[in-house]
Design a protein. Structure first.
Length: 153
């Protein structure tokens, strides 16, 4: 393998590592945002479940379990906690008495909006501290990364 290819692979690996480090920092910031929004403590799986329900209004619990790669009893427990917190509601399926669909409540929608607001406010402060040239590079790089992640494989 030519020397240039090895250097290119090393650079890509280093860039992936740097991106992973940023994701770790974002995880910490997201946890802080969750904690400032409410006294109701949400776990990462609970928040992920809420995002999926938001994107798939009326999703069946079975389909949600597949998206989460989680067994039905675990999905049910997550839903129990979110229902008690007032963030989701279970409704009978319109075409099957044996199945349940899920929706975010108005409180659940407000909660996600507030978390997003807190996250964006935190990111805005960090991005404002960057030089303009770095902001442009970040925007270009993030757009390219999003395209690469969402591209069919």
């Amino acid at each position: 393998m030519p020397h240039r290819d090895i250097d290119s692979q090393r650079t890509v690996h280093e860039q992936a590592h740097a991106a992973s480090e940023v994701v770790g920092l974002l995880d910490l910031l997201w946890q802080q945002a969750r904690d400032t929004v409410t006294t109701t403590s949400l776990s990462t799986p609970q928040l992920r479940l809420m995002y999926l329900v938001e994107r798939n209004d009326g999703i069946r619990m079975r389909a949600l379990g597949k998206l989460l790669h989680t067994a039905p009893p675990s999905v049910s427990r997550l839903c129990d906690r979110l229902q008690v917190a007032g963030f989701i509601e279970r409704l009978p399926s319109p075409d099957s008495r044996r199945e349940v669909t899920l929706r975010l409540t108005a409180g659940g929608k407000r909660h996600l909006e507030q978390i997003r607001y807190e996250r964006e406010a935190t990111l805005t402060l960090a991005i404002e501290a960057m030089p303009q040239e770095d902001r442009r590079a970040l925007a270009t790089g993030l757009a390219a990364l999003q395209t690469a992640i969402t591209a069919p494989r």
